[in-house]
Design a protein. Structure first.
Length: 144
């Protein structure tokens, strides 16, 4: 292959690869679900307003019964958010079309870390001890 044909091949490759995608992923209102706190009227009002402004179908608003606080436990998240949300999406035949889930005012912001099992706690303690021992040994080696 000559130098000029290599340059031409490279130029063609760059022209094809450098082009933006022909079919951009467009987010439409039918791809959005809105999660609201069923125990908080303001949360429901925000969800309805957002849906109206974005032309999101009202059956895409999913009210969940949640505590009104910023942080929930991992177990509460599983029991009150993850499982009911998945069930609601399946019951409404939305599970295959939803790409985005919007949470509104009144939805907890944080999920606590899961509690460690006894085995995990033992492994963590062992690892922390190993780090401490290794640091001590490194300091001893530095001073030699």
């Amino acid at each position: 292959m000559t130098s000029s044909s290599r340059c031409l091949t490279l130029a063609c490759l760059l022209a094809v690869v450098g082009q933006p995608s022909i079919a951009p992923a467009e987010l439409r209102s039918q791809h959005v679900a809105i999660v609201a706190n069923a125990t908080n009227p303001d949360s429901l009002a925000v969800a309805r307003h957002y849906a109206a402004q974005r032309n999101i179908p009202s059956d895409h608003i999913i009210p969940l019964t949640l505590p009104f606080r910023d942080t929930i436990s991992r177990q509460e998240y599983e029991d009150l958010v993850a499982i009911p949300l998945q069930r609601a999406l399946e019951d409404r035949a939305l599970h295959s079309s939803i790409r985005v889930i919007v949470t509104t005012y009144g939805i907890p912001l944080r999920v606590e870390a899961p509690h460690l099992s006894e085995e995990e706690h033992r492994r963590l303690t062992d690892a922390q001890q190993l780090v401490k021992t290794s640091r001590t040994r490194l300091e001893q080696l530095k001073q030699q």
